[in-house]
Design a protein. Structure first.
Lengths: 147, 155
């Protein structure tokens, strides 16, 4: 069952160990480490909520689609963290360690979810997401031209 | 400037004070009230960080694009909460109060971000988010049909 597969990757301990490792890698203070672990725990809990709510055989298609949407949600979040890190690095010479660590947790969770999604769907979703924002960049440019 | 407007949203104390009424209405226990507060504090941190990092006027269009990404993030999150709450209600007759509260807090943040975004852009992204779940558009349905599960590498 797909819900069981999702529960297998939604393990608190595995994600928590990874989060502690990422926090240590960037020298996060203890308060920020706690926030990072809470964030990682909440994300794993969200996966368990999905598996619990849509755990019947009849729900598998909805669960798959909702997990795909969750992947996109994390992907947009990762993208935002990445943009912030890049700008901080360029303007200040270094990025906020909490943003770096949160980006790492995001990458970790994305890769876990990707084991449950078909590569062709991931490619399609990534492309749709890029196109949405690329169109957006275009519409901003257009607005600037018109004003 | 967009960064100033975004900072004002992140710094608005009502983002937190609004939660008090929400927690009361949904009769959240103290642990869930703390979790709700932490959830919104993290949103504030993320938005303030975004505004600060891209505060330069020359990065205004990039900030708008990042805001679009942040809005989509909230939209997908809200949609996920909604799915969970609806399925819980249908199957058990009640929904998890903290999930409902986070969905409401997510809506609050999303509505504030919307004041900074073009309405046409937002409608286009909303349509995409809904179509992704329902498989309603022909383009998505073509590749997102019922064979989805059998295509899953681990199924």
């Amino acid at each position: 069952m797909f819900a069981e597969q999702l529960l297998l990757i939604a393990q608190d301990s595995v994600t928590d160990i990874a989060a502690v490792g990422f926090a240590s890698d960037v020298g996060l203070e203890s308060d920020d480490t706690r926030l990072l672990r809470d964030y990682a725990g909440a994300r794993v809990s969200a996966m368990r909520d999905l598996a619990g709510a849509m755990g019947d055989a009849d729900d598998e298609i909805e669960l798959y689609r909702t997990l795909a949407a969750f992947w996109l949600e994390l992907r947009f979040e990762w993208q935002r963290n990445n943009e912030v890190m890049n700008y901080q690095t360029v303007l200040r010479g270094a990025a906020d360690p909490r943003v770096i660590a949160e980006g790492s947790v995001g990458s970790f969770l994305l890769s876990r979810i990707e084991t449950l999604l078909d590569p062709s769907h991931l490619e399609m979703l990534g492309r749709y997401a890029q196109e949405l924002l690329a169109n957006e960049r275009h519409s901003v440019a257009l607005k600037e031209e018109l004003t | 400037m967009l960064a100033t407007a975004l900072t004002a949203i992140a710094d608005d104390p009502s983002l937190i004070t609004d939660l008090v009424g929400l927690a009361d209405t949904l009769e959240l226990n103290p642990a869930d009230t703390d979790a709700l507060r932490a959830y919104v504090e993290r949103k504030r941190w993320a938005l303030a960080g975004l505004a600060k990092a891209l505060s330069d006027a020359s990065s205004e269009d990039e900030l708008y694009r990042c805001l679009a990404s942040a809005w989509l993030e909230q939209r997908f999150e809200w949609q996920r909460f909604n799915m969970v709450v609806n399925y819980q209600a249908v199957k058990t007759g009640h929904s998890h109060a903290l999930t409902m509260a986070m969905a409401a807090a997510c809506t609050n943040v999303m509505e504030r971000l919307e004041t900074l975004l073009n309405a046409d852009d937002r409608d286009r992204w909303s349509t995409f988010a809904v179509e992704l779940i329902t498989g309603a558009s022909s383009d998505l349905a073509e590749r997102w049909g019922d064979e989805t599960i059998s295509l899953s590498p681990l199924s």
